[in-house]
Design a protein around this ligand. Structure first.
Ligand code: DX5
Ligand code: ZN
Length: 225
């Protein structure tokens, strides 16, 4: 199953409810929320207060991507605010197993994120415990960056590693996803597709969401969805 997760980082923050309704009409499966603290990444975005506001208007689950130092301090706040999925960077967390268990104990799905320079092997010991893996295909911090091509190989390696660990956890990919590469990332093994600029950077976010799904589905012609 392919899931389209528009990233509201590129939406109009003065009209988030409107923009979320547009992508939901276009068939979005998840709403991707990028949380940045100005320390782990060189940008500051939103916190639990905004997640709570988004939760009131979104009808799809909230996929909250934490790009922050010491995420354990804030995970409960984000889940209380309405996060259905919470992902943390392996580079930001010293006790990853504890953090993953914390997310799950609060009733959310737990994801772990790999930066472009972090090898798939960093997942080796945590693979059986995660609900999903997020492969970054740009360096986190900003929307609208160019897709890093060797992320395709990372996705394949993560898929192999999860399979060897007996896990069918989905792989999410985030950064520079657009109509030109969505088929390739799906063929490599990603099934949750984040897109910010390719959706909200267009005049028709609803149509762009639909087009991305169609392009992703096309790549799976002949294989089970
Ligand atoms: C980058 C964020 C992404 C970003 C993707 O740090 O994690 O979710 O919004 O935006 P695009 O699709 O524009 O690369
Ligand atoms: Zn993200």
């Amino acid at each position: 199953m392919i899931q389209i997760a528009p990233s509201i980082l590129s939406a109009n923050f003065a009209a988030l409810g409107h923009d979320i309704a547009l992508v939901e009409r276009g068939g979005a499966d998840l709403i991707h929320v990028d949380v940045m603290d100005g320390h782990f990444v060189p940008n500051i975005t939103i916190g639990p207060v905004v997640v709570r506001a988004v939760k009131r208007v979104a009808t799809k689950p909230l996929d909250v991507h934490l790009m922050i130092e010491a995420p354990d301090r804030y995970i409960a706040d984000f889940v209380k605010a309405g996060a259905d999925m919470v992902s943390v960077h392996v580079e930001a967390v010293p006790h990853l197993h504890r953090t993953v268990e914390l997310i799950k104990s609060l009733g959310a799905k737990a994801g772990v994120v790999l930066n472009p320079a972090t090898p798939a092997a960093a997942l080796e010991a945590i693979a059986p415990d995660v609900d999903f893996v997020l492969v970054m295909s740009v360096n986190p911090g900003f929307g609208g960056q160019a897709f890093i091509r060797h992320s395709l190989d990372k996705v394949r390696r993560v898929r192999d590693l999860l399979t060897r660990a007996g896990s069918s956890a989905p792989i999410e990919i985030d950064g520079g996803i657009d109509l030109s590469n969505v088929a390739e990332v799906v063929a490599a093994g990603a099934s949750i597709l984040v897109a910010g600029n390719a959706i909200f950077g267009t005049p028709d976010a609803e149509g762009a969401t639909r087009a991305l799904r169609a392009a992703a589905a096309g790549s799976r012609a002949g294989s089970p969805a």
